[in-house]
Design a protein around this ligand. Structure first.
Ligand code: SAH
Length: 350
């Protein structure tokens, strides 16, 4: 596949242009067509000379994503299935909040983390997305909001990397995409609006810590000790729980952002009160809050979410220990909202 124009940092775009004997200001004009008034066709770039357009089109692709499906939930959640140039598909979601919208983005086609509760994990990893494929999710979601606005959708969206894939397992592409999001010449987002969600593979967390990224971090834990965690999250579970928490804590201190722990509640598996107590012990004196996420059931197994009483009892153990714990209802229950389910349904014979 050709390089995507949206994968390039402004400096690389400038090199691309000047290598073709064109003045550097053409790169600035290109940036306008890529980010300020985004177009996804070469013909629409009115002020770019035809010879440059042709030269760029030879080296680079402009468009990588095509909408294959769009589902709208009763609660306003919009879920998209996008087709990529090689025929694979990814999901992205627009989640309406009170005064803004959140974009939930994918970073990989499939995933190799093998988490037992996750639909994306089922088929294993196909490939990581390139930066431009991550950026184009933002552009297409924005385009959708231009056509059908939501309250607060005229401002910048919040970005969460909670879609398909493990962001820290595709670190260089993630880092470049976030660079393009933050760059004032490109999307110009504030880093405060961006949050990575990770299952916490140790090597990925170490790379994050060694980088300059200072966006928010949510760590999905899935077990209160090593054996438990590994049973639910086989690949990230290879890194000891205390080490994962240490790394996330150090990152939180460096980035100046308090971290979040995500805990998926699965009936009979991750909802025992002694797990809540161990979790409370692990998190005491550490700067995290906890989001409890009742399982969004998958259609191919019988794991379910615990009832409200058990969920509240789990929460109470944490809050009684002085740890901020919040129950996060999953949006879009009436559409195929569990991450990866839409893609899976589409790729199986009816
Ligand atoms: N790999 C990253 C991002 C994708 S998962 C990560 O693990 O964070 C994003 C969030 O959705 C995680 O908190 C994960 O625990 C949660 N999640 C995944 N499948 C789920 C399901 N079936 N029900 C509820 N939450 C789920």
């Amino acid at each position: 596949m050709k390089e995507l124009l949206h994968s390039l940092a402004p400096e690389d775009l400038e090199t691309l242009v000047t290598d073709r004997g064109q003045p550097a200001f053409r790169a600035r004009q290109l940036l306008d067509w890529l980010y300020r008034h985004p177009v996804l066709s070469w013909e629409a770039m009115a002020n770019i000379p035809g010879v440059l357009r042709a030269g760029l089109a030879e080296a680079c692709d402009l468009r990588a994503l095509k909408q294959v499906e769009r589902q709208v939930s009763g609660d306003g959640t919009r879920k998209f299935l996008f087709g990529l140039r090689d025929g694979h598909t990814i999901e992205s979601v627009i989640i309406p909040m009170a005064d803004h919208v959140t974009f939930c983005l994918s970073t990989q086609v499939g995933c190799r983390m093998a988490c037992r509760f996750c639909a994306t994990a089922r088929g294993g990893l196909v490939r990581g997305l390139v930066p431009g494929e991550i950026i184009q999710q933002v552009l297409l979601l924005r385009q959708d909001l231009d056509r059908e606005p939501l309250p607060g959708s005229d401002g910048h969206p919040n970005i969460v990397f909670m879609g398909m894939g493990e962001p820290l397992d595709n670190f260089p592409a993630l880092e470049s995409a976030i660079g393009i999001m933050l760059d004032a010449r490109c999307l110009g987002f504030s880093r405060r609006r961006i949050r990575i969600s990770t299952s916490g593979p140790g090597d990925g967390l170490r790379r994050l810590l060694a980088s300059d990224l200072a966006v928010g971090l949510t760590l999905s834990l899935g077990g209160s000790d090593d054996a438990e965690r590994k049973a639910v999250m086989p690949v990230p579970g290879r890194t000891p729980v205390t080490e994962v928490l240490d790394l996330a804590e150090r990152y939180g201190k460096r980035s100046g952002r308090k971290g979040t722990i995500a805990w998926v509640l699965i009936e009979g598996r991750t909802d025992h009160l002694n797990q809540a107590r161990r979790l409370a012990d692990l998190l005491r004196h550490r700067p995290f809050k906890v989001n409890l996420i009742p399982l969004n059931p998958l259609d191919d197994d019988d794991q379910t979410a615990p009832g409200p009483e058990r969920t509240l009892a789990f929460q109470r153990v944490l809050t009684d220990a002085g740890i901020g714990a919040f129950i996060r209802a999953s949006g879009g229950q009436d559409i195929t909202a569990a991450c990866g389910q839409l893609r899976r349904r589409r790729s199986r014979p009816a």
